[in-house]
Write a protein that binds this ligand. Structure first.
Ligand SMILES: [Zn+2]
Length: 398
């Protein structure tokens, strides 16, 4: 029977008086500072989902099949330096210290730092603990057979590049976890290199993961990404327009980071990183869950099967779910389950762990997290999402 171990860095992130003063406070919207998509307490509904699953899947007299614990781990500096520059790490740490000094003097805690990535007193520690929980997740699947793991962490990491924070991300958590898994796995220590696949199913581009992992041996990055329709003549995107009256973006789908200039808002293109070990699975315009699954099976799955990873790390961005205010690619709770469970069936020799990335409306994210965790925890013969049967054969045959 599969055991799912969930690790959270929630003690740093919890909405307490101490954390409201010294914690990681999230990033302000530049148009309206009262808007924060990653404010304290955001993970609470997600934590509640995990707690409910622990209870509801526990049968009397048996070991719990889903376990939840708080990680207190911090990554070693030498691992951080495989993804980031020393200068950047120093800058991030000192920005957090500046924020704390400002709070102590009675000032404002939020210090502008990166692109859509402000720093507050607890930001550096929270980012470190996200990486630490991800490493605990990797270790537990390496150490115990029949185990999957999930790092239920905040802040996310897949936009963080070697020398810049972006999009609520500060440290490149999933990429660092992939490097750690490759280099420190039991297989690596017995001279059998471990192959690691990172599958990023966030709505937005995993530009930070790509920047860190490009041309890394024995690591494959599959990056599912949304591209906004673009008007070449006007040099602007035709959706993703921020509406200050609602605090939301108009239209389905918002490309991030921008990969072409948008003259209407003065945004400069952020280059897409191309490398042999990176597969960009791109979707243009709103796509249904069915289309997303089909495209994944047709394009990503053959590459994964050819690669035969020992470990699969999932960057689970729940903002690709229908209705997310900063995303909304078309994913549904059933589709998250189908991708995770389908890949577990298609790659029976690989171990799997997930790391939380984006997701900006808890009411939408929570049911998606629930089915994702079920996808990680259920055994082959158990199927709790009926529509999975429609797709199962495609994963097995592929
Ligand atoms: Zn995202």
């Amino acid at each position: 029977m599969t055991t799912l171990k969930i690790f959270t860095n929630d003690d740093i992130w919890r909405d307490t008086a101490e954390n409201r003063r010294y914690g990681h406070l999230g990033t302000c919207d530049r148009e309206d500072p009262s808007i924060r998509y990653d404010k304290p307490g955001k993970t609470s509904p997600l934590l509640a989902v995990a707690q409910e699953l622990v209870t509801s899947t526990h049968r009397d007299g048996n070991e719990p099949r889903i376990k939840l614990s708080t990680s207190h781990r911090k990554p070693e500096q030498r691992l951080l330096l495989q993804g980031h520059t020393q200068e950047y790490l120093d800058r991030l740490e000192s920005a957090s210290m500046v924020a704390k000094e400002r709070v102590d003097r009675g000032g404002v805690a939020i210090v502008p730092f990166g692109k859509e990535a402000d720093v507050s007193p607890g930001t550096y520690q929270a980012a470190l603990s996200s990486v630490g929980a991800a490493l605990d997740a990797v270790d537990s699947v390496h150490t115990h057979p029949h185990t999957t793991a999930f790092a239920l962490v905040w802040p996310p990491g897949h936009h963080a590049e070697p020398d810049q924070a972006m999009g609520f991300c500060y440290l490149s958590t999933a990429a660092l976890a992939a490097i750690y898994a490759r280099d420190r796995s039991p297989r690596a220590t017995t001279n059998r290199t471990s192959r690691v696949a990172l599958i990023d199913i966030d709505h937005h581009r995993g530009n930070g993961s790509a920047a860190v992992l490009a041309n890394q041996p024995d690591i494959l990055l599959i990056d599912q990404v949304y591209r906004s329709p673009y008007d070449d003549t006007a040099r602007r995107y035709t959706d993703g327009i921020f509406d200050p009256s609602t605090g939301l973006y108009a239209g389905a789908g918002k490309e991030y980071p921008y990969t072409r200039d948008d003259t209407s808002i003065g945004a400069r293109a952020h280059p897409v990183i191309q490398a042999q070990n990176i597969l960009h699975v791109e979707h243009e315009g709103f796509q249904s869950a069915e289309t997303l699954i089909t495209k994944f099976v047709d394009h990503a799955l053959p590459r994964l099967i050819e690669f035969q990873p020992d470990l699969v790390i999932w960057s689970v961005g729940l903002d690709s779910a229908v209705g997310d205010p900063l995303g909304g690619l078309g994913m549904t709770p059933d589709a998250f389950y189908t991708l995770v469970k389908g890949c577990r069936l298609a790659l029976p020799n690989a171990r799997h762990c997930g790391i939380l990335e984006g997701g900006y409306e808890p009411v939408i994210s929570a049911p998606c997290l629930r089915t994702t965790l079920l996808g990680f925890s259920e055994d082959e013969e158990e199927v709790s999402v009926a529509s999975f049967e429609r797709y199962a054969h495609r994963f097995v045959k592929a």
